[in-house]
Every structure is written in structure tokens, then in C-alpha cells.
Write a protein that binds this ligand. Structure first.
Ligand code: NAD
Length: 354
């Protein structure tokens, strides 16, 4: 049975997302609406909830909406001016190479969007498009070419790859200094180890943490639950939260009582890929919810016949959480912003530009 049919659709209205943005104070800059009153919290929750006071100001029934589009725009503007500073000072423009294998429509759209985003900030993009039935050697050859090319500072292999290819071999071939997706095992290993620094961190989890930082959410000492443990989102998100000194629990498809565990979290990052799985009663009052999921559900009223929803039942969760990311418009825009940021960082490092 399709995931979208397992969970009832609880996010049919977009009213909360359409409320006008009111600038209140810097910590609230990224929320579109607000009215001040502290959520009542049970005594056992008081300590941790009070530590997120800047975000615990909510209406009686509605969490603040974390506007990922706005935050990502701010980051892209910062990147644009850094690139222009670097170009003026040393004549270098960052370059990002994307390797796409096969003809998946979704992959083609992602690659097109990445290319557009690069152009907008002044990053030169290079693209290799290989047919579905090409050999692993051909992909490796493209990677090795870009590894040696001094005008390329970041290399990205669009996933998923066709089944006949060994993803591990291919990701291992990207030189660690240009691994702007942060998927190379050396970068992941360093992320997991205390006292080691990865050169790059995977873009989507990095975007989640950046959203929390830029919205003034204190992570240190908080209880965090990450739902999902994939190599590209859940696992690195949990490692990042741990590096920020949160106490982290990972919920996955074999976890018993996921709702009970999730209910203990001050911060929830959900990346399960199951539409509307996280219901309102999974959320602790005042928690901050970052919804990574992008899931299509049938919608006869939409011209496309479907629309995208998150893992979190938005309408229920926003009555309980203090802040929440919408889908779309939350984590999604942050992923590309972090890719641009990683590419700029790579160019600066490779050219020793401060
Ligand atoms: P994945 O399928 O690789 O991993 C899903 C993880 O969720 C697995 O670890 C699995 O154990 C867990 N899971 C699945 N069902 C579960 C359940 N019922 N209860 C608890 N855990 C469960 O997916 P992924 O690549 O990590 O992506 C997850 C979601 O995030 C998808 O909806 C994807 O479209 C979305 N995504 C969004 C962005 C973005 O930029 N916003 C980027 C990547 C992925």
C-alpha cells in the first residue's frame, strides 16, 4: 500500500502558511506570524521548555512557521556578495560539477534547479548527463576528470544511481576536497568522531541545523529526536545534533512506540518519507519541529492531481509545537542554499581565500 494512503491527510488547509508575515524581533524574523503567550507546560517539561522561550511564544493554537524560503534567500544573498568579493580579489569564481545518470524526471528537475541556483549566485555550473545504460567506468571517468579540473570546486553525483552501479564505489571516487554533498565516507566518518572536522556536511541536515540556529533555537542540552536514519538525512542530522550537544534519539521503522519517544523531544527532525505520520499527539507542547519529508498525496483539486506534504501532520502539530517548518517552503529551499554554501567554502579553501 502506498505510504500516502496509510496516513490520513491532515494538512488540507494552508491557512496558517498564508498568514501575513509580521516582523517582531530578530529571533522571530523568520516566522510569518506571532502573538505572544507562553504555552502552558506540564511541570516535568518546564525546564526544557523555558530554555526555548524565544520560540515558545505562540498563539493559543498555532505555532510559528519557520520560513525556509526567507532564510535561504538571506543565505543566497550572503553567498552572492562573498562570491563577488572573491572574484574581485583573486579572480576566482566557484565551479560546481553535477553528474546525472539516466532520465529520472525528479532527478532532472533537481539538477535543473541546482543549475539555476548556481547561476543566480555566480557559481559556474558544469553538467555531465550520461545515459541510464552507461557503465560505472564512464561515471568514474567523469568524476576523475572533475577531480583534476581546477575550475571545479564541488562535485555532485545525483542520486539515486541506476541499479547496476555500485553507489559506494562512485561516491568514494569524489575527491574529499570537492565532496560538497558530504557523502564521502571520510567526511561522514569525521562527522561521527569527536575532535575531527568533516570538510563538508550533507546539505539537507546542515540546512535543518542552520534553520534552528538562524531562528534562535538553543540546541545544547536539549532532547532531540530524529525520525529516519538514512545516510543522506537522518543519520547525519542525528550526528550534527549530537555535535551541538543535544541528547539524541533516533526513531526508525523498527522502533517500538515511536510516538512516545518523539513526545519527549524538544526538537524533532523528521525524515521518514511517510506522509502525515507524525500526529499532533506525538509532539511535546512547545517543541520545535523540522519536517524534512516531501511526500506526494493524491489531490483531485490540484492541476497535477497530487500535492506535496511532509511527514508531520501540519495542522495538528502546529497547535502543539512552538515552531514548525512547512512543506513545501521549509527545509527544501535550505538544501540548495547549503549546496551553494559548501561550494563557495570549497573554492575559498582550495584558493586559501579568507
Ligand atoms: P529513506 O527512505 O532513505 O530513509 C527513510 C528513513 O525513515 C529510514 O531510515 C527508515 O528507517 C525511516 N522510516 C521509514 N518509515 C518509518 C516509519 N514508519 N517510522 C519510523 N521511521 C521510518 O529517505 P530519505 O532519503 O532519508 O528521505 C526522507 C524524506 O525526506 C523523504 O520524504 C524525502 O523526499 C525527503 N527529503 C527531503 C529533502 C529536502 O531537501 N527537503 C532532501 C532529502 C530527502
Amino acid at each position: 500500500m502506498a505510504a500516502s494512503t496509510i496516513f490520513s491527510d491532515c494538512s488540507s488547509s494552508a491557512t496558517a502558511r498564508l498568514l501575513p508575515f509580521r516582523k517582531i524581533r530578530s529571533s522571530a524574523l523568520f516566522f510569518r506570524h506571532s502573538s505572544i503567550s507562553l504555552h502552558p507546560t506540564a511541570p516535568s517539561h518546564r525546564k526544557s521548555s523555558s530554555a526555548i522561550v524565544p520560540l515558545a511564544m505562540t498563539t493559543e493554537t498555532s505555532a510559528k512557521v519557520i520560513d525556509g524560503k526567507l532564510v535561504s534567500k538571506q543565505i543566497r544573498d550572503e553567498i552572492t556578495s562573498e562570491i563577488s568579493r572573491m572574484k574581485d580579489a583573486i579572480g576566482v569564481v566557484p565551479g560546481l560539477a553535477v553528474i546525472l545518470v539516466g532520465a529520472r524526471k525528479d532527478s532532472q528537475t533537481y539538477v535543473r534547479n541546482k543549475k539555476k541556483a548556481c547561476e543566480a549566485v555566480g557559481i559556474t555550473s558544469y553538467e555531465v548527463h550520461l545515459p541510464e545504460d552507461c557503465t560505472e567506468e564512464e561515471v568514474l571517468k567523469s568524476i576523475l576528470g572533475f577531480n583534476k579540473d581546477p575550475s571545479v570546486h564541488g562535485i555532485l553525483v545525483q542520486l539515486p544511481l541506476p541499479r547496476h552501479m555500485n553507489e559506494e564505489n562512485i561516491l568514494n571516487a569524489v575527491c574529499i576536497e570537492k565532496d560538497v554533498d558530504g557523502f564521502h565516507p571520510l567526511n561522514v566518518g569525521r562527522l561521527a568522531m569527536r575532535g575531527r572536522e568533516p570538510l563538508f556536511v550533507p546539505c539537507t541536515p546542515k540546512g535543518c541545523i542552520e534553520l534552528l540556529h538562524r531562528c534562535g533555537v538553543d540546541i545544547k542540552g536539549k532532547r532531540a529526536v530524529v525520525i529516519g536514519r538514512s545516510n543522506i538525512v537522518g543519520m547525519p542530522a542525528a550526528l550534527l545534533l549530537q555535535r551541538q550537544n543535544a541528547t539524541v534519539t533516533i526513531v526508525h521503522s523498527y522502533t517500538n512506540n515511536p510516538e512516545e519517544i518523539t513526545r519527549q523531544a524538544d526538537i524533532v527532525i523528521s525524515a521518514a518519507g511517510v506522509a502525515n505520520m507524525v500526529r499532533g499527539d506525538w509532539i511535546k507542547p512547545g517543541a520545535v519541529v523540522i519536517d524534512v519529508g516531501i511526500n506526494p498525496v493524491d489531490d483531485s483539486e490540484s492541476p497535477r492531481g497530487y500535492r506535496l506534504v511532509g511527514d508531520v501532520c501540519y495542522e495538528e502539530a502546529c497547535k502543539v509545537a512552538s515552531a514548525i517548518t512547512p512543506v513545501p517552503g521549509g527545509v527544501g529551499p535550505m538544501t540548495i542554499a547549503m549546496l551553494l554554501s559548501n561550494t563557495l567554502h570549497s573554492a575559498k579553501t582550495l584558493h586559501n581565500f579568507k
